[in-house]
Design a protein around this ligand. Sequence first.
Ligand SMILES: [Zn+2]
Length: 231
Amino acid sequence: MTHPADILVISAHPDDAEFGAAGTVARWTQEGKVVVYVMCTSGEKGTTDPEIKPEDLSATRENEQRAAAKVLGVRESVFLRHPDQGLEDTPAFRKEIVSLIRQYRPHTVVTSDPYRRYIWHRDHRIIGQVTLDAVFPYARDHLAYPDLLDKGLKPHKVRDLYFWGAENANFRSDITDTFGQKVAALRCHESQVREMNKPDIEVWLREFCQKLAEGEDFDLGEAFYRVEIPD
Ligand SMILES: [Zn+2]
């Protein structure tokens, strides 16, 4: 029996959610909301080191993701273990995401923006699109998957969607108080922080989050395209 969650965060790779939403996730868990992470791949291609074997890297990255989730108070990390750089918008994958939405029955779903145009990982575009379609209309409509009804997975209406990485963000979240947790969670992804080649990840991240808060009455932010789902 799956226990419901208030918020389902669905990402292509371990670390995506930390870059995109960790400060907001930490706020939500502090407010007592239950957050569950779903990672569609385990990021086994995320290295420039020819000595690292993909199967070793996937195990490393899952552990890094579990540690980051713990820092943020995320209840559970689910790994779907699809191939890194191999996500496709297929009926089977959409149905898998619908099944998860119907199991966890979240109020809010958070994922990567499918419409960012340039220098955006194909997996990020695909998971954004598949999640958007899964939320509306497939998770909602009882006739979408009659066999899921037989399994007890009843239709579910998600109330809102947050997309990180959006070029046209319409919602900025104040993460001034949870920025430290975002930094700590990102540092858990050691294999990826190493690849970034930044002299100081905290300095870099602070500048990044300051930019996302420009024009707001707070210092540090995360930016999303937020959509409310009509009844
Ligand atoms: Zn990614």
